[in-house]
Design a protein around this ligand. Structure first.
Ligand code: SF4
Length: 627
């Protein structure tokens, strides 16, 4: 590993022109050809952690490599592992809420009591969360630190909050959680990470002072340790093992076990600090508008039956721009046997409410549920993408996987449920992709569950590539967004033209405006929603509407291309070529022509300044422009 690093450093210092991913691949292959010792093989993904570890823990050895600041900047960029992570235009930070009872108990849902419902402690984001006491401030700080170390630009951040059902958490916790997410991005203090984080301060009684909210990462970690919580995975596993066994054997359920854990002194002491006022949330929002890491999207996940106009209003006030909604199926009988406690009609109502509020609609849809066949799954997906009551903007489309702690184990043991074969699954997903319209993005095809946790079901992490290969062999035309994205490519502006896909939903006329190339690759898009007043009134009943009648809504503006620093120019990259502004102007023009007097935009906190520059002014939950 060291030889490889030294060769890269030498190449940088020598001014080698071709230092790119391909060059690095060749270097790794060349090193591995020379060694017959498996311990000494070089893996591209291990180079960066190795370099950082030596720099942190063996300063003398690191100094002997003579890596100056300029060389290091180039080195970190080259070793950056997953360029796609910022390819969609923003750096994504996923955080997990603390373990908490869920008001449903779905058959296939994992019951890992160390985690919020439906997550497993082996999933990467969950490991990070556990390591950081599920604290939003610590999770964001540590992730930001890692992304920066990997050379990613982090001035535009999308925050994704996962874990159980957001609306099951108390509103005070929700406010605190969001305030802390923003504070981590705003306060400019370093992470000072590592498992030993804050150990020295743990014994300080002052650390237990719950009023000390405005602290830095070591103080926060010390606070949790002083409460009696640990982030040591072995201790956590040991602590949970007997209760987890009871849950797995059906002697108690997840909610009961988690309630017991939460009522222990350590969690109740920590919870006393987990509260915030609206003023505090909004103060952090305000700071973020001009911050170094601006929030361009805030996503939370919840269940459709918990969506009400009042809850939607709270989520909007928190700064949410996108809602991930677990739907899984639209077949009422299948929902019933899978213990979802949700109906297709409730899902339709949730779509109508969230669409009226302008949220981006990201749904989870699961194939291979108990009671489904590949053919009934095909029909179910067609309903999702063709029935005007649904029509999501984004879909996580993944197969049901059997994990040991779920109730589905019983059905499997009695041969009532079995996973589809690989061919059945790939064929189904291929058909689903082909049925997906141009305005919908399939964001994922698998859950981040490790193969060792899957008792039965798909374990292939490259499932999406298998589907894409099948699609390529059929030379089929794909319209969904993700496969058309320009991703990390620079865009040639002369090749782009503006296209509009219009469609009706149960409550709106939607216009999906997209910048595309002649071969239909997408460089940016805007979602314009023109509400139907009667349908909206029927949806809301006595509850107040999110905007006044006669107001159109911009639900999303997204421009792809490698992320460029705020305010910087980047030749060829789509982000700064005025594509977003042109989309907004086109949306305003179309809304005016359709007879709307005003247009609102569901801006993220960090994009408010941008919309002000386009003539929008702040107006309650939205920014507004008179047409
Ligand atoms: S609603 Fe979601 S988190 Fe709750 S049990 Fe069902 S799948 Fe799990």
């Amino acid at each position: 590993m060291e030889d490889a690093i030294l060769e890269i450093v030498a190449a940088i210092k020598a001014g080698t022109k071709t230092l790119d991913a391909e060059w690095l691949e060749k270097l790794v292959r060349r090193h591995n050809r020379k060694t017959h010792d498996a311990q000494r093989t070089v893996a591209k993904k291990r180079l960066l952690p190795f370099y950082l570890q030596i720099r942190e823990q063996q300063p003398e050895r690191w100094q002997s490599w003579e890596v100056d600041e300029k060389t290091e900047t180039q080195l970190l960029r080259l070793l950056k592992m997953k360029p796609r992570r910022t390819a969609s235009g923003v750096a994504t930070i996923t955080v997990i809420t603390k373990p908490w009872p869920c008001s449903s108990d779905c058959l296939y849902c994992p019951n890992d009591i160390r985690m919020p419902k439906s997550y497993l402690h082996d999933e990467p984001a969950c490991q990070r969360a556990e390591h950081n006491f599920f604290d939003p401030y610590l999770q964001v700080k540590s992730r930001l630190h890692v992304l920066q170390q990997m050379g990613h630009i982090t001035d535009k951040v999308e925050l994704i909050v996962l874990g159980g059902t957001w609306n099951d958490y108390p509103e005070t916790y929700q406010r605190w959680y969001v305030r802390e997410l923003f504070r981590a991005l705003n306060d400019g203090t370093p992470y000072c990470g590592g498992p030993e984080l804050g150990n020295d301060a743990a014994a300080e009684p002052a650390a237990l002072d719950g009023s000390r909210n405005q602290d830095d990462a070591p103080t926060r970690a010390a606070f949790y340790q002083a409460c009696g919580l640990t982030c040591d995975r072995d201790l956590l596993a040991q602590d949970a093992s007997s209760m987890q066994a009871q849950v797995n054997q059906g002697e108690q359920n997840y909610n009961q076990a988690v309630q017991t854990l939460l009522q222990r002194g350590a969690w109740t002491r920590a919870a006393a600090m987990q509260t915030a006022t609206w003023d505090e949330v909004e103060a952090q929002h305000h700071l973020n508008e001009q911050g170094a890491h601006r929030v361009v999207g805030l996503v939370i996940e919840t269940r459709p039956d918990l969506i009400t106009p009042e809850r939607a209003r709270i989520m909007r006030r928190l700064g949410c721009t996108k809602i991930q909604m677990g739907i899984q199926s639209l077949d009422d009988e299948v929902l019933r046997v899978n213990r979802r406690h949700v109906t297709g009609a409730q899902v339709a109502q949730a779509f109508a409410v969230l669409r009226a509020f302008g949220f981006k609609l990201h749904v989870h849809f699961m194939t291979n549920l108990l009671g489904m066949t590949p053919d009934s799954d095909r029909d179910d997906y067609l309903r999702l993408v063709r029935d005007a009551r649904y029509l999501p903007d984004e879909v996580k489309l993944y197969p049901c996987a059997l994990v040991e702690s779920s109730h589905l184990m019983d059905a499997y043991a009695h041969d009532l449920w079995n996973p589809y074969t690989e061919d059945e699954l790939v064929s189904l997903l291929v058909d689903d992709v082909l049925a997906t319209p141009a305005y919908t993005r399939i964001s994922r095809m698998i859950r981040d569950i490790s193969a060792t946790d899957i008792v039965a079901g798909n374990k292939k992490t490259n499932l999406r590539q298998m589907v894409e290969m099948r699609l390529a062999s059929r030379r089929a035309e794909v319209r969904e967004i993700r496969m058309r994205e320009i991703a990390t490519d620079d865009v040639t502006l002369d090749d782009l033209h503006l296209d509009c896909v219009s469609y009706r939903t149960a409550t709106t006329q939607e216009h999906f405006l997209q910048w595309i190339t002649n071969d239909n690759r997408i460089a940016g898009f805007c979602r314009l929603s023109l509400p139907d007043e009667q349908a909206e009134a029927a949806t809301f009943g006595d509850a107040p509407l999110p905007t006044a009648p006669g107001t159109a809504m911009i639900r999303e503006v997204h421009v792809y291309g490698r992320v460029a620093s705020l305010g910087a120019t980047s030749q060829g990259a789509a982000q700064h070529a005025g594509l977003g502004k042109a989309l907004v102007e086109e949306a305003c023009g179309r809304a005016r022509l359709a007879g709307y007097q005003r247009i609102a935009v569901i801006s993220a906190v960090g994009t408010r300044g941008y919309y002000r520059s386009l003539g929008f002014s702040d107006h309650g939950l939205y920014q507004l422009r008179i047409l």
